[in-house]
Design a protein around this ligand. Structure first.
Ligand code: SF4
Length: 205
């Protein structure tokens, strides 16, 4: 019984779908490699630059990057070191808490992200060929698979506050950071709630 056995697949639609998902995963890997080569980077370096760009500043830590890359903190730290050597990121100490280190993009890092961030458009183009109803069904089914994989610790994915069960909008109306997170107990600005958060938990409908 193997999804790589064509006879098995002929009789098992689950096996057929699983192998197709493997193929799509392979395509995603290839897309990352092609794009990374253009900038003389590795896929892990490209993913790290995208993580730094789209994650809320206080959540850009080695630990969260390690979860995102599904690697050890030591490996994630090595990726950050290599990006620093390439002058794509900058590490700076938080003046209010010297133990905290901020990681941000340099001007060259911003340029590189501008060149690589259309990664995945080949797949999006194919998805757009489906009508909106089909896209909704596809999204629902793929999300269900991805949530199960997250439960098993096989993938990690953050998201933005607006769909999170801990999000309280306009708790402090009129202030610079009007929104509140009931999980992290922090105030959030409009800009911050549009960045990804590794602690995101989907609101159940
Ligand atoms: S846990 Fe949820 S509400 Fe809190 S910062 Fe993260 S995404 Fe936003």
């Amino acid at each position: 019984m193997s999804i790589f056995d064509p006879v098995y697949r002929q009789k098992n639609i689950g096996g057929q779908i699983t192998r197709t998902l493997f193929h799509i995963g392979q395509a995603v890997k290839n897309i990352f490699w092609d794009k990374s080569r253009l900038e003389h980077l590795t896929p892990a370096q490209v993913k790290s630059l995208l993580f730094i760009t789209y994650t809320r500043e206080d959540a850009i830590t080695i630990g969260n990057l390690a979860r995102y890359l599904t690697c050890t903190p030591a490996t994630a730290s090595g990726v950050i070191d290599s990006l620093e050597r390439k002058n794509l990121i900058l590490r700076s100490r938080d003046p209010e808490d010297r133990r905290r280190v901020h990681i941000s993009l340099t001007a060259e890092g911003v340029r590189v992200v501008g060149d690589i961030e259309d990664i995945g458009y080949e797949i999006e183009e194919i998805v757009r060929e489906f009508d909106p109803q089909e896209q909704k069904i596809l999204e629902k089914l793929l999300l269900a698979i991805s949530e199960k994989l997250m439960e098993k610790g096989l993938i990690f994915s953050g998201d933005i506050c607006t769909e999170c069960c801990f999000f309280k909008r306009d708790r402090h109306l009129g202030e610079l950071k009007p929104h509140y997170c009931e999980n992290l107990h922090i105030l959030l600005s409009e800009e911050e709630i549009c960045k990804e958060c590794p602690h995101f938990k989907k609101t159940l409908n």
